[in-house]
Structures are given as structure tokens and as C-alpha cells.
Design a protein. Sequence first.
Length: 117
Amino acid sequence: MAKKNVRDWLYVRDHCSGIYLALENGKLGETYNIGGRNERENLYIANVICELLDEMLPKQASYKEQITFVKDRPGHDFRYAIDASKIENELGWKAEENFESGIRKTIEWYLNNKDRL
């Protein structure tokens, strides 16, 4: 069985709110991992981005046609995720966005701010 490449995706505003909460209410010297509990496979993420671009900025062919597969680099991790239970339990923080809502907002921001890039 092939290993899947999985990422824990976190919307930027959720990340910022977690950092702010840790600064304001966290214990000095403690470490707080901030995670979205939004683990998704890389291919799923790529497909969702393409589907949203097909909807928001359509072109003649689907963006999915640009997806190509490359050989994994030797020794790379197949899963990038963290345990955010400490900040959730001790400080009451939780991500407001799930992957699907946050990635839509992220793409909308980039499309509306091309002049800033």
C-alpha cells in the first residue's frame, strides 16, 4: 500500500488568533502548537484548489490538467501534522475555519490582491 502525503492545513487568520491568544493568555516559557485539525492528502488539496480556480477564474481547460506527479525526494516526511490539544485545552483556542472554507477564502484573497503580490 502506497503511503499518502498528508498535511494539516491551517487558515492564516486562525493561526494569527492562536498566536495572539498564546501571547496574551499563555504561560511564559510554554510552547503552544497551533494546528487546524484539517489533515488532508496533498492530491486532495491540489484538486480542491483547481476546482475553485475553475469556478472563480475559469479558463478553457481545467486547472487539474496542470497537475503532474514527481518522484518523492529521498527521506521526506509523508505526514506533516501537530498536536494542538495543549492550546485547545489550556487556552480554549480552536480553528474557526475548516480546510474547505479557509482555502476558498485564501484563493479569493489572492485573486483580489494580485497587485500586492
